[in-house]
Design a protein around this ligand. Structure first.
Ligand code: URA
Length: 291
């Protein structure tokens, strides 16, 4: 950072970084913007064959706040949502989308979004991926993960022996943050109830949180990615009951955001370990190399 940085800007940046650190976010990456040179990193079984000795740990970061799993809020009042009692997940998702409407609930609606990016995929899936928020490509096409990070996510899904069409993909915030910045806490808090409702009607067996924003929003935990990864959490969407009394929540795993993996491909081996844990849970076998 140049020494000539305007003191006002320096203070503002320091405050912003403190805020992210308080949320437990230490890994900063720039999400893709249009016109960046395409990187042909392919996530496939190659990730599994990375030599352990060539895998590097992430650079040490400050100790994060102690992780405290939030128990179900016993004081939470569950107001029935319009999709309650609708057993067809596709219909229920449509109702949630209609409820979201032409959303103006948070400042993102007036910060240049072209459209709301609700989610895509199989409403009856066992596996859901949750990202942070739409980027420029997603904003233009109205579908999550269609840019470079999306291509890597597709390859990650393929490496698991399944296709993008078989899973459901959504984001914490449904509108593009300007300049692909990280969504603000208020924006996540305003938008995440819709994500919780999407999860409650899809009732997957496993949710994979891609990156710190998704992990922290879903788990309400304030820990570093290093602390969050590598295990399953029992997860139930907050603020919404499932219309299926037999669905008692699901497992949640945390892995690196594909945009982070594009910037630091050495971590692909670690992400592959996370995905293998998920595959084991779902009884999925990786495709054979020449299959
Ligand atoms: N990054 C995300 O977190 N979500 C998208 O949909 C695209 C990029």
């Amino acid at each position: 950072m140049p020494d000539t940085l305007d003191p006002e800007l320096r203070r503002a940046l320091a405050a912003r970084i403190r805020y992210y650190n308080e949320m437990g976010i230490y890994d900063f990456y720039r999400r893709e913007t249009r016109g960046e040179v395409a990187e042909t990193a392919v996530f496939d079984a190659v990730a599994a064959s990375i030599h352990p000795e060539s895998r590097e740990e992430m650079s040490p970061r400050k100790a994060a706040a102690v992780a405290v799993a939030v128990e179900g809020n016993i004081f939470e009042v569950l107001v029935p949502k319009p999709e309650h009692g609708v057993s067809d997940p596709a219909k229920a998702l449509k109702i949630i989308r209609e409820d979201l409407g032409d959303c103006t609930r948070c400042p993102l609606h007036k910060q240049g979004r072209k459209q709301i990016v609700f989610g895509v995929g199989n409403p009856a899936t066992d596996l859901m991926f949750v990202g942070e928020g739409p980027g420029a490509d997603e904003d233009r096409q109205g579908e999550p993960f269609v840019g470079r990070a999306g291509q890597l996510l597709n390859n990650m899904i393929k490496a698991m022996g399944i296709t993008r069409e078989q899973v459901y993909i959504a984001n914490v915030v449904k509108c593009r943050p300007p300049g692909n910045r990280t969504p603000e806490r208020e924006e996540c808090e305003t938008c995440s109830p819709f994500l919780m409702r999407q999860i409650a009607v899809i009732k997957p067996k496993v949710v994979v949180a891609l990156g710190a924003v998704a992990a922290k929003t879903l788990l309400a935990m304030n820990s570093s990615m290093a602390q969050l990864r590598g295990r399953f959490y029992d997860f139930k969407p907050t603020g919404v009951g499932s219309s299926d009394p037999n669905w008692d929540g699901c497992k949640l795993a945390v892995t690196y955001h594909p945009a982070f993996l594009l910037r630091d491909p050495r971590q692909k081996g670690e992400a592959w370990k996370d995905l293998q844990m998920v595959m084991k849970e779902l009884g999925l076998a990786a495709p054979r190399a020449n299959a």
